[in-house]
Design a protein around this ligand. Structure first.
Ligand SMILES: NC(=O)N[C@@H](O)C(=O)O
Ligand code: NI
Length: 165
């Protein structure tokens, strides 16, 4: 199966089958803390690490442009993986439901630089795709023993096209 994907806008509801959008409006609770000087947008997404440990890293993504050929997807069976843009630049997310141990129909989301994504454990996704310029992302994911990467290569690539027609 292959074809053309047109990126959808990233919204919490649309993305929820794959994880959570990291943005203030998607917080489970909003609390004033620090004597009212700070607002805590609480518990936006769980960090799943199983028996491992949570890692904080910075990914410096080289820029891609559309159309993008999606030849593979990956997933992390032992933990979640969250990406938050540090420099406010756009990026592309490609995810897919699981279909009997392989990716089902992929979906692409065009993400503005003010929102992050957290892939739930074992969700098929494309590795980081920064758009336009090199950009840094804060990444929270799982470290420790065990194989935490499964990859699937499509027979035919999908082409992610710009929605602008
Ligand atoms: N390999 C690695 O740490 N990065 C990927 O998991 C990714 O989703 O970018
Ligand atoms: Ni990943």
């Amino acid at each position: 199966m292959s074809g053309v994907l047109f990126p959808e806008p990233l919204t919490a509801d649309a993305f929820r089958p794959f994880g959570e959008v990291i943005e203030p409006d998607n917080a489970s609770e909003i609390k004033l803390i620090n004597n009212g000087t700070t607002t805590r947008f609480h518990d936006i997404a769980p960090v799943e690490v199983g028996e491992g440990r949570a890692l904080i890293s910075i990914f410096r993504g080289k820029p891609f442009a559309l159309p993008l050929q999606v030849r593979m997807l990956e997933r992390h069976p032992l933990g979640s993986q969250a990406f938050m843009p540090i420099e406010g630049r756009p990026y592309l997310v490609v995810v897919a439901p699981d279909d009997g141990g392989r990716p089902g129909a992929p979906r692409a989301f065009l993400c503005e630089g003010d929102k992050g994504v957290s892939y739930a454990r074992n969700v098929w996704h494309h590795p980081l795709v920064a758009l336009g310029e090199r950009s840094d992302f804060l990444v929270v994911d799982r470290g420790g023993e065990g194989v935490n990467l499964e990859e699937f290569v499509f027979d035919e690539p999908y082409s992610v096209e710009s929605s602008a027609r």
